[in-house]
Design a protein around this ligand. Structure first.
Ligand code: LLP
Length: 419
């Protein structure tokens, strides 16, 4: 459920008609609905309420905008961060340091040091090598770093290959059959407080079964580690719950997810941690775009919009589907291809799709663009960096400026040897 609805024939974000924002800010522009964000955050958090002790670390990578993080911080969310940059954002948004989890396969020594200094709650270690390095850094600072070991459970998440992370051939975590031994060694290393295991098998999961299989596997590993005399007090179950991108698709609901987790983990006796991203932010945003022109095609017309793969990369990267809708639909439809202005064929949002009839100058949206949208934008073809707006009832504000090509050009230098 979201708060992007037609009101008097015009698509609105909560109470604000999208043409009002487009007229002031220009297009393309991401528009987020605060009410939708808050609702999703609460539905997920409340669903997990059936668990004994659950902590949520929002996957900042899905939408790192400071205003978005502020809303989630106010809802009691911590953060799952994968870079120094994300960590600074989470701290700037007021998230409690001990609610921050630092994930990622390539944390640098500087990032680890800064994380320890800031007092973040948990490092999710991706290898024994990384654990030893973290231990050394913490010990040199006279500190102890809390950590969990990321395990690769070798389970097929059944999602797109490029966002699947829990198969043996993926770079993430330590191999399942070596995990207990590695945990044992790290648990006795000074400077580290090994407190648990973590896993994340992939993103945009449409079924709960792969997650359940993976949780059962790491549950067994937890028992094995405990039997060897080590303590396990925290189990971080990652993110991955998918959302519908096409009208009518059915995805697991947070309550079903929580019920499955309760069933699997009922006797674990740990603090459970979660790292949801898309399920919180996906439906909270749309990308508003203007039709530049409609070009005649060999079979279908080409709807050329002013958003492109640099603004919303998912279709080009993962063949992802985003529903497209006119901001002022007439009720008429046609079959068309939707493309951006970038000079490569991957800049295609849809082929041969039945869509609202649109023409030059019309506004339209790509839906479900709140997760992995603006955060993956770039300036390819020397296009501006896309701005972001947040709506709250009748109010709205720009929460990230459009960064124009002149500003980017001003950061470039011609070296003396070329002058
Ligand atoms: N935790 C870890 C360790 C992760 O790697 C991820 C996502 C998450 C949590 C959050 O997953 P979520 O709940 O959002 O599925 N750019 C891709 C998605 C990449 C996801 C990477 N990791 C896309 O646009 O579909």
């Amino acid at each position: 459920m979201d708060h992007f609805e037609l009101n008097d024939g015009v698509l609105c974000a909560e109470n604000v008609p999208l043409p009002v924002i487009a007229a002031e800010v220009g297009t393309p522009v991401y528009v987020y609905s605060r009410a939708t964000l808050t609702r999703h955050a609460r539905v997920f958090r409340d669903a997990l309420g059936i668990l004994r002790d659950a902590k949520i670390a929002f996957a900042v990578k899905s939408n790192p905008n400071l205003a978005v993080l502020k809303v989630l911080a106010a809802e009691g969310y911590g953060a799952d961060v994968v870079s120094g940059g994300e960590m600074e954002r989470a701290l700037a948004a007021g998230m409690a340091p001990d609610g921050i989890v630092f994930s990622g396969v390539g944390k640098t020594a500087a990032e680890m040091r800064r994380g320890i200094e800031a007092g973040i709650g948990q490092f999710n270690l991706e290898s024994e090598e990384e654990g030893l390095e973290l231990a050394e850094i913490a010990a040199s600072m006279g500190k102890v770093a809390s950590a969990a070991l990321r395990v690769n459970p070798d389970v097929d998440a059944g999602t797109h290959g490029k966002i699947s992370t829990g198969k043996a051939e993926n770079k993430f975590g330590v191999p399942f059959d070596r995990a207990a031994a590695i945990y044992g060694r790290l648990a006795t290393t000074p400077g580290l407080n090994m407190r648990g295991l973590t896993l994340h098998i992939g993103s945009q999961l449409s079924k709960l079964e792969p997650l359940e299989a993976a949780f059962n596997k790491v549950g067994g590993l937890m028992e094995e580690i405990r039997a060897a005399g080590h303590s396990v007090t925290h189990m971080d179950l990652g993110g991955g719950v998918g959302v519908p991108y096409k009208a009518g698709e059915v995805f697991p609901q947070p309550a079903e997810y929580a019920a499955m987790v309760a069933r699997v983990t009922g006797n674990w006796g740990v603090t459970l941690m979660f790292e949801p991203g898309r399920v919180i932010t996906g439906n909270t945003g749309v990308l508003v775009t203007e039709v530049i022109r409609v070009k005649e095609g060999a079979s279908n017309p080409w709807v050329v919009v002013d958003a492109a793969m640099n603004d919303l990369a998912r279709p080009a990267l993962y063949d992802a589907w985003h529903d497209f809708a006119a901001v002022e639909p007439t009720g008429e439809t046609f079959t068309a291809n939707i493309v951006g202005p970038i000079c490569e064929s991957s800049d295609t949002f849809a082929m041969a799709r039945v869509i609202d009839k649109v023409g030059r100058g019309d506004l339209a949206v790509f839906r479900t663009a709140g997760a992995y949208g603006a955060t993956m934008a770039n300036t390819y073809n020397s296009r501006p960096l896309v701005p972001e707006v947040m709506v709250d009832g009748d109010k709205w504000a720009v929460v990230a400026d459009r960064i124009d090509p002149a500003t980017i050009l001003a950061a470039e230098r011609v070296p003396d040897f070329l002058k």
